[in-house]
Design a protein around this ligand. Structure first.
Ligand code: SER
Length: 604
């Protein structure tokens, strides 16, 4: 079975069981400043897990593009990936544990034909926050899992969420495939990472809410959130020894073999480098080719992209590849995913251009770093401070310094480097590194207000600057909104004032905020704005500020101020917002401007 078969089998199975198939959301989360990337299928669904109604109903299924930056350093082993696809099914306060476990069991044993003796499952054993999940335990027994294949673990193993500080969470039950790998010890269990047991699916029962005090309160809603790793499952079904042999990865490995003249599995070192190149460039193409794609830079997602590309190039060098190779590899990634995720085919030229530029740039970095290294090492040693300077001033990677020092038989004190590095980290601990940890969308009242203000701003910008204004990114914290949009020029003070005045007029006019569910075509027909990226949904949610019967138009007095495709949540009336103020207008990238704005004291 290949990835295409499994995507279809999974989603149609759940469709037959009353689930609506929805499209993968962007890899770059919208309105969630706490994470850089979408890390799980549930992530874009947070507002609905928290109670917003979903236009496609209470049972959903999809294949979600995901990035996990926490796993970057593990990449190179058999199972960890930076970019992966997650199959999932959800109950939004609808069905509960019985159905979820029955369907999981039936899908694994009937649809995928996995023999029961190749499966093990785990359930939550209970602690002072929440009791043993006896319901899940009994349900597994009832469907036919032998008791010796059901393991009980604590919160560390069998609890999911909240991804951030607060939010929905609960006990989970994980499903493992028992591989033919030898047990590492007679006591080896699913919790062991030796490779005997490979986790393929996780059903989370979101029946708790962790609050700011760290207390787990029983939630009012019961949601089911499940996630199955597509690549892992295809690999184990095909008796493959690692995820790199699945069809969305193997052609990349083959290309690396061709370019390097080396063979996969030839040696541990070669295999590791090939895996890192394949994984990192695959992830890079998916991030850059996304609808909200981001190129290499020194902050946030761009920082991750840069790290991925540079690591891939470094490992290319290890394999003896001297020439540029990133574009050639990215073409293979596009061939693999172009039909599944049409956006990357659409954005391919941007992907090629960005990659070529970054590869050239890094080459220069390397050349310059090598020269500096030669100067610094004329005394036949490299101090930690020198290595740190190479790293911060020239972007020269530590691993390269280490390699060169070893090659030249020089002394190199890595501890000194680490001390320098730590000092530096403590000073600049912010931005990307912080956000690697991940979190849930913040649905506090402050962010909800700013979310509605973002819609008003978007509409006002179009009224003042013109219809070429399109949203290119949005990021909201409790303190401010940040909005990126297409517009070629710096805004004049007068334009900024006009936009502020328009937004404030909408606030003073106390417009109601409501939503309607309609088809994408109807939304377009009505003149709604927003990303029309849903490929499956019959219906989308359209948030309307002001009169719901009129189209928005360029007339500032129009009673329909804004109409935008969006999942919510929003305030009920613009009077809840306070005074809108633009704090900054600046360039974000070529042809894209960025506004930072706040809401001052509440008016009610
Ligand atoms: N959110 C859960 C996970 O990531 C299930 O999808 O494992």
């Amino acid at each position: 079975m290949n990835t295409k078969d499994l995507r279809e089998l999974f989603t149609t199975y759940f469709q037959k069981n009353g689930h609506a198939i929805i499209s993968s959301a962007s890899l770059i989360p919208e309105n969630d400043p706490t994470v850089l990337f979408t890390t799980a299928g549930m992530h874009p669904l947070v507002p609905y897990l928290m109670g917003e109604s979903h236009p496609s109903g209470a049972r959903l299924t999809d294949v979600q593009k995901c990035i996990r930056t926490g796993d970057i350093d593990e990449v190179g082993d058999k199972w960890h990936l930076t970019f992966f696809e997650m199959l999932g099914n959800w109950s939004l306060n609808d069905y509960w544990k019985k159905e979820a476990i029955q369907w999981s069991f039936e899908f694994l044993t009937n649809q995928l034909n996995i023999p029961i003796n190749k499966l093990a499952v785990t359930v939550f054993e209970g602690d002072s926050d929440a009791p043993f999940d006896s319901e899940a335990y009994e349900l597994w027994k009832n469907v036919g899992m032998p008791e010796e294949s059901i393991f009980k673990y604590n919160k560390k193993e069998n609890w999911w969420g909240p991804a951030g500080q607060t939010g929905p969470c609960g006990p989970d039950t994980e499903m493992f495939y028992i591989t033919d790998v030898e047990k590492c010890s007679p006591e080896c269990q699913p919790s062991c990472s030796c490779g005997k047991y490979v986790e393929i699916w996780n059903d989370v029962f979101m029946e708790y809410f962790k609050d700011k005090e760290g207390k787990y309160n029983k939630a009012e809603r019961h949601n089911v959130d499940t996630g199955m790793g597509l690549e892992r499952t295809v690999a184990i079904l095909g008796s493959m020894s690692d995820v790199y042999q699945v069809d969305t990865m193997w052609p990349i490995v083959e290309k690396i073999e061709e370019i390097s003249g080396k063979k996969y599995l030839e040696s541990d070192e070669i295999t590791k480098s090939m895996r890192i190149i394949a994984d990192h460039l695959r992830a890079t193409v998916m991030i850059m080719g996304d609808n909200r794609g981001v190129g290499p830079s020194n902050i946030d997602q761009g920082y991750v992209v840069r790290k991925l590309i540079r690591r891939a190039i470094r490992h290319g060098r290890k394999l003896g590849i001297e020439q540029n190779f990133c574009k050639e590899i990215s073409q293979v990634v596009l061939n693999i995913f172009g039909e599944v995720y049409v956006e990357i085919e659409k954005n391919k030229q941007v992907v090629f251009d960005l990659l070529e530029k970054e590869e050239e740039k890094f080459k220069k970095t390397l050349e310059q770093g090598l020269k500096e290294f030669a100067k610094m090492s004329s005394d036949n040693k490299i101090t930690g401070k020198e290595a740190f300077n190479l790293f911060t001033t020239y972007g020269f990677p530590l691993e390269m310094t280490q390699e060169l020092a070893i090659e030249g038989g020089m002394d190199f004190d890595i501890r000194e480097f680490e001390e320098e590095f730590k000092k530096h980290q403590d000073l600049s601990r912010s931005g990307a590194e912080q956000k690697f940890k991940g979190g849930l969308a913040d649905t506090s009242i402050e962010t909800t207000r700013l979310h509605t203000a973002t819609h008003l701003l978007h509409a006002a910008l179009r009224k003042v600057l013109g219809d070429h204004v399109e949203q290119k990114g949005s990021n909201i914290t409790a303190e401010r909104l940040r909005f990126d949009f297409s517009h070629p020029d710096k805004m004049t003070d007068e334009q900024k004032k006009q936009v502020e005045d328009l937004v404030n007029s909408a606030i003073v006019n106390k417009y109601p905020v409501s939503f309607q569910e309609m088809t994408v075509d109807e939304a377009k027909e009505k003149g709604a704005i927003g990303l029309f990226e849903d490929r499956y949904a019959d219906k989308v949610k359209v948030y309307i500020v002001g009169d719901t019967n009129q189209k928005p138009n360029a007339d500032a007095n129009s009673e329909t101020f804004s109409m935008e495709i969006c999942g919510g949540p929003h305030v009920e009336n613009t009077k809840e917002l306070g005074e809108f103020k633009i704090k900054k207008e600046e360039a974000s990238s070529a042809g894209i401007r960025r506004i930072k704005a706040i809401l001052q004291q509440k008016t009610t």
